[in-house]
Design a protein around this ligand. Structure first.
Ligand code: SF4
Length: 495
């Protein structure tokens, strides 16, 4: 049975869209009618030109027909304008909601169905990242809740919280000026060979026992460029052989060796990857990508416009090395993102060259966490078995299932407590949580805000002063803990 037949793809088009005649594109493309595929691919290509090329945008404003012809985009303005101009896009939304889309080209509607499929896929498969180990699963869910409260649901929705990532190099050859992870220069690669392959497979097997199928959502880069490692594809092969899935790839070197990139896309498609990504660092790279790869080849490849010509919506996060260029390159940076994050991992980050493992989770970037993630623990390992022991120790030490009864609990520093009335209060950050049916809400608010009381003390005081049974208060506190309300930020070493 080949990989496609094994059903590793996960199409996510809604039943409503399927009934309306749309075709899933996050799946086996062999069954998609050629004209359908071509329309969506060409539309995607036109939009990529729009977001990446300032000259094209200016030319389109002047004369859309000439601009499209000049850029060799096989579309007419009616196929582009509803997808790029705000008012036209709003009218399109209304038409789709009302089911009155007869006047729109099929290419526009099919492209929008593809976008709906991708968004639905991301939402539906978010929980695929949840680790299997019960303590780690609870910890993982707390980090998802916490970050949503700290960033707001819209930004947090984009962060998948993968449970593991593997660096197959030390450093990165690309050295982007905006690198949010401040990747150092490339120093070494983890070379593939019989011994490393054996270790790699053993590590994946051991980690699968801890993380379960979620490990398939891991990826083989972090502060590294995957294609720096000449053996990247062989490591992917082992990953697929052990786990039956394949990591998504993001490369900033799509044109360094075009045939290698083409082979990689075929390989990952064969392994059931839905989306790979090219990071576009210059208009020159963008043009070479469009010249070298057909629109159809790029259908499932997202181009991330990181070039100076990119449109307003694609400014870069002001995190990591980008902060060194805050003034000189202000036009390309999103000033409001200084306390944001681009990190997308809540779990184990491994560097295979150094045999190092860190337990990390995203947080708003700050003076203490300038790269936008907490490093909760770190260690080096001498063997797969040693790594297994270290990860289990980290889970035991840093991922309590239950709120410790006798240790002081404090709210996350970003939360504010607001008493609404005698029996209800709100915990407010970017998201608000309402606690209701609590007699003497003011007392509860004060105890929560205090930061020096243990759950046992809070429960006792609630019983004495508000006549609330201790078990009820402990249940409430555990529920708040599970929702990431209490501060779990690693204490500074001196504390
Ligand atoms: S952004 Fe990616 S490609 Fe660029 S330096 Fe950082 S790790 Fe390397």
């Amino acid at each position: 049975m080949n990989d496609l037949a094994a059903g590793v793809f996960k199409p996510a088009l809604s039943e409503q869209d399927i009934n309306a005649g749309f075709v899933p594109l996050l799946g086996d493309l062999a069954t998609v009618p050629a004209d359908y595929l071509s329309e969506v691919a060409q539309t995607k290509r036109g939009l990529e030109r729009w977001v990446s090329d300032a000259n094209f945008r200016a030319a389109y404003e002047d004369d859309p027909v000439a601009a499209l012809a000049g850029a060799k985009i096989d579309l007419i303005p009616d196929q582009m304008t509803p997808l790029i101009q705000r008012e036209a896009a709003l009218r399109l939304n209304e038409a789709i909601n009302a089911g009155e889309t007869d006047t729109y080209p099929t290419s526009v509607l099919r492209y929008r169905a593809f976008i709906r499929e991708k968004i639905r896929h991301r939402r539906e498969h978010r929980l695929d990242n949840q680790p299997r180990h019960p303590r780690m699963a609870k910890w993982w869910r707390r980090q998802v809740y916490r970050l949503a409260g700290q960033l707001g649901s819209q930004k947090a929705d984009r962060i998948v919280h993968a449970p593991a990532a593997f660096e197959l190099s030390k450093g990165c050859s690309v050295h982007c000026w905006f690198c949010a992870l401040r990747a150092e220069h490339l120093k070494a690669n983890w070379e593939y060979g019989p011994e490393t392959s054996r270790q790699w497979r053993e590590i994946l097997t051991l980690m699968q026992e801890l993380l379960g199928p979620a490990l398939r959502q891991g990826f083989c880069y972090w502060a590294t460029e995957p294609l720096d490692n000449p053996d990247y594809e062989r490591f992917l092969g082992d990953f697929h052989a052990v786990l039956g899935g394949c990591p998504q790839t993001t490369t900033a070197r799509p044109t360094a060796d075009i045939e290698r990139t083409r082979r990689l896309l075929r390989l990952t498609y064969g392994y059931g990857v839905n989306i790979d990504r090219f990071s576009i660092l210059s208009l020159g790279v963008f043009n070479r990508v469009h010249e070298a790869f057909s629109a159809e080849e790029l259908l499932r490849v997202e181009l991330l416009p990181q070039n100076p010509d990119a449109d307003e919506r694609h400014k870069k996060a002001l995190v990591g090395r980008a902060q060194d260029h805050a003034q000189q390159r202000a036009r390309e940076l999103n000033a409001e993102s200084a306390s944001s994050t681009t990190a997308c991992l809540s779990g184990f980050l491994l560097n295979m060259v150094e045999h190092r493992v860190e337990l990390i989770t995203p947080c708003p970037a700050s003076a203490r966490w300038p790269l936008g993630f907490w490093v909760i623990d770190a260690a080096t390992f001498s063997s797969p078995a040693d790594l297994d022991a270290i990860m289990r120790r980290m889970i035991a030490e840093h991922m309590p299932s239950d709120l410790p009864l006798l240790e002081p609990v404090r709210l996350r520093p970003d939360l504010r407590v607001r008493v609404i009335d005698d029996t209800s209060l709100k915990l407010q950050s970017r998201l608000t949580l309402t606690i209701s049916s609590q007699p003497c809400a003011r007392q509860l608010a004060d105890l929560l805000a205090n930061g020096d009381c243990s759950p046992a003390e809070i429960a006792e005081r609630r019983e004495q002063e508000a006549d609330v049974p201790q078990a009820e208060t402990l249940y409430l506190l555990q529920d708040l803990f599970d929702k990431g309300i209490f501060d779990e930020e690693p204490r500074p070493a001196a504390e």
